[in-house]
Design a protein around this ligand. Structure first.
Ligand SMILES: *Cc1c(COP(=O)(O)O)cnc(C)c1O
Length: 688
């Protein structure tokens, strides 16, 4: 075999279907056979309760590492580790194990790690053997018994490994006692290979001798090491990158730039971190585009989804209903401001807005005011990318091209709250714009159907934060002139601003509210358009009157999405997320102050967990850095090198961590953003 055999095999985590299945024997035999192939093998026994496994491995494989290095955690009693070490008044710390492992790994081509018991054995609170195996980034080898009763245990171990995202290198059968081989002994390995879809490495026969040399000789022809070689993955990352470039058209992306770059391939996640295919960890600084709420792989949401998937993944709301959709609607009515009583489901923010616009328009058609057809929106607004929502969008860059496709609306001038026109000041200028809405309504209220706004924070425009009182004024004017107020809380909803919904900051109840993004905790696409009884009643009529809302998407009210959303809300309650948010928001605000030390930072805007840092060429004149310089993109790329994922909006660096971030993670986010801005803008300031 080739010299790089050891590298091809890599580190292996030897676990068992139970205790006493012969993990140490299997580890010894595998290790010695690898050594025979010229592989420099190391061994690691992170946790041991009683016995002499580590010592046997050390002497059997004649490794130079000291026993303390091979086995950092030893407890004298033969108990489950979490009890054995508790009784020693010691806590097993993953960091300690990791550090010890790194040392051993550094010295060998491949390391055999022997677990203790099976994958679900607890090591500490919330930390199982499977978590450790994953952290050490080793493939696992399952040691199983060959006799009757082993299929179930082994398949369960395989399933568990899959659930934890562990890669299975293969299964080894070991016969620890002298017994007559039965039919089960002969047929079980093949059955497990087939039903578990795993490589079978072979069966170690009963070994009468404890002598490592004799043991190895006895199993040499029964174990097939070649099967341990990874299916040649020169680099999984490179392969995925190549296929991505070959087949994916990315959203909002100039694909020429994309294919010239090396995309980051995300493989999994853990809490507030994303992990790429090479095992690098990144803090998710933008909540995976503003959706993740309580972190990734949140146990409550994970469990809810698994339970729901065992019932039904999808059933339609056209002609039928389903439990999660009903329960979620009830819950949404409960948590949204009083007066919002009916829930219409769809799939994403844009459709939630489409639905709201059609409802508002048709409401007046249905109720005898057919002239009220105008939809009013604000400059700098963003409501999604489908043509209806683009029609009420106010960001020129996104909308200019589609000008001729979109329908006519009324656009209300509204400031970006950073650059007031000459001679104007904030917040007065923002209120002047509201006054202009009043002037408009005085003349045109009889043809104005609705006003749509992003309440308090205009996200996509660059985290424009409104002065207090604007939303309330809009509500008053809509009431006075009989105009439907639609609040698009797709971005601001579910805690982002510090309250569950942004309109609660000003005690405002809209007629129609659009929700999406965080509604499922960031797990699945789901949206809701929630309306008052009054709007709903405008559609309730005789079938023949054709006042029905003619709208519906195929996946409306999908049970799996609704189950995720219910679990999301359960976490909000259980963990008192909103109550605990204030302190974190303060911590974030405090940390943001230092950004003004950077000359290129013109404005730092924050509402709760929504932050925009605007970079400028000159702070005095507020002159922008030319967009072609792609300064935002470059800052985010630099932040990636500091272990944080960000995504800009033009020259505005957005920070929007999941609500579950810790203070330490907030600090990590701020430090990375600060350094990245510093590195990139050093040469930009004052250039233009
Ligand atoms: C993201 C967003 C949308 C669009 O949501 P999609 O799910 O991307 O269609 C609409 N409105 C606001 C305020 C948003 O932030």
């Amino acid at each position: 075999m080739k010299v790089d055999f050891g590298r091809q095999i890599g580190d292996l985590f030897i676990t068992g279907t139970g205790t006493d299945v012969g993990k140490t024997v299997a580890t010894l035999c595998l290790g010695r056979l690898l050594q025979e192939q010229g592989v420099d093998v190391g061994v690691f026994k992170p946790v041991q309760c009683a016995g002499d496994d580590a010592a046997r491995l050390k002497s059997g494989l004649a490794v130079a590492d000291s026993l303390d290095e091979i086995n950092p955690y030893f407890a004298p009693e033969p108990l489950s580790p979490h009890i054995a070490f508790k009784r020693q008044k010691r806590i097993i710390r993953p960091q300690t194990i990791n550090a010890a492992f790194e040392k051993i790994r550094g010295r060998h081509e491949a390391v055999l790690i022997e677990g203790a018991g099976g994958l679900l054995v607890p090591l500490a609170k919330d930390y199982l053997m499977a978590d450790l195996a994953r952290e050490l980034n080793a493939r696992i080898v399952i040691v199983a018994l060959p006799g009757l009763g082993t299929i179930n245990h082994t398949l369960m171990t395989i399933q568990c490994a899959h659930q934890y995202g562990l890669e299975i290198a293969g299964v080894v059968f070991n016969q620890p006692c002298r017994e007559q081989p039965t039919i089960a002994h002969e047929t079980n390995p093949a059955a497990i290979g087939k039903f578990g879809d795993v490589p079978i490495l072979g069966s170690i026969p009963y070994l009468a001798s404890q002598d490592p040399g004799k043991m190895t000789a006895a199993c040499r022809e029964h174990l097939h090491l070649k099967k341990l070689c990874r299916p040649r993955r020169v680099s999984r990352t490179a392969r995925l990158q190549r296929l991505d470039k070959a087949h994916i058209w990315h959203p909002f992306t100039q694909m020429r730039d994309w294919v010239a770059d090396e995309p980051l391939v995300i493989d999994r996640a853990d809490g507030n971190e994303l992990i790429d295919t090479d095992g690098n960890r990144y803090l998710d600084g933008i909540s995976s585009l503003w959706v993740t709420v309580h972190g990734h792989r949140q146990p409550v949401i994970d469990r809810a989804l698994k339970e729901q998937i065992d019932r039904v993944a999808h059933s339609t709301l056209l002609g039928l209903t389903n439990a999660p959709a009903v329960q979620l609607a009830r819950k949404l009515v409960e948590i949204t401001p009083p007066g919002l009583d009916k829930v219409f489901y769809s799939d994403n923010g844009s459709t939630a807005v489409e639905v709201a616009l059609k409802m508002a328009y048709q409401y007046w058609q249905n109720t005898g005011c057919p002239r009220k057809t105008d939809l009013v929106h604000l400059a700098n607004s963003y409501h999604g990318d489908t043509l209806g929502s683009v029609s009420v969008g106010g960001i020129d860059l996104f909308h200019r091209v589609y000008r001729k496709l979109i329908f006519k609306t009324v656009r209300l001038d509204f400031p970006d709250c950073y650059r007031a026109p000459a001679g104007k000041e904030y917040p007065a200028y923002a209120f002047e714009c509201v006054d202009r809405f009043e002037q408009h309504l005085k003349k045109f209220h009889d043809r104005t159907a609705a006003l749509i706004v992003e309440p308090l924070v205009q996200g996509a425009a660059g985290m424009i934060v409104w002065p207090e009182g604007i939303l309330r004024r809009f509500r008053e004017l809509c009431d006075e002139y009989g105009v439907i107020l639609i609040t698009d809380e797709v971005a601001t909803g579910f805690g982002r601003t510090g309250r569950m919904f942004a309109c609660q900051h000003e005690g405002v109840v809209p007629d129609i509210m659009c929700l999406a993004k965080g509604i499922t905790g960031g797990y699945l696409p789901l949206a809701a358009t929630i309306v008052s009884q009054k709007i709903y009643d405008g559609f309730v009529a005789d079938y023949r009157d054709q006042k029905t809302l003619f709208h519906g998407h195929t996946y409306t009210g999908n049970p799996l999405c609704c189950a995720a959303a219910l679990a999301n809300l359960e976490v909000f309650e259980k963990e008192r997320v909103l109550q605990r948010l204030g302190a974190k928001i303060k911590h974030l605000s405090k940390g943001l102050r230092v950004f003004y030390n950077l000359r290129s930072v013109g404005d730092v805007r924050q509402k709760g967990f929504m932050v925009g840092i605007e970079l400028v060429a000159d702070r005095q004149t507020k002159k922008s850095i030319p967009w072609e310089r792609q300064v935002g993109v470059r800052v985010c790329r630099a932040a990636r090198r500091h272990g944080v994922i960000l995504r800009p909006l033009g020259n505005v660096i957005v920070l929007m961590p999941p609500l579950s971030v810790s203070r330490a993670e907030i600090d990590r986010l701020l430090t990375a953003a600060y350094q990245a801005i510093d590195e990139v803008t050093e040469n930009e300031y004052g250039e233009y």
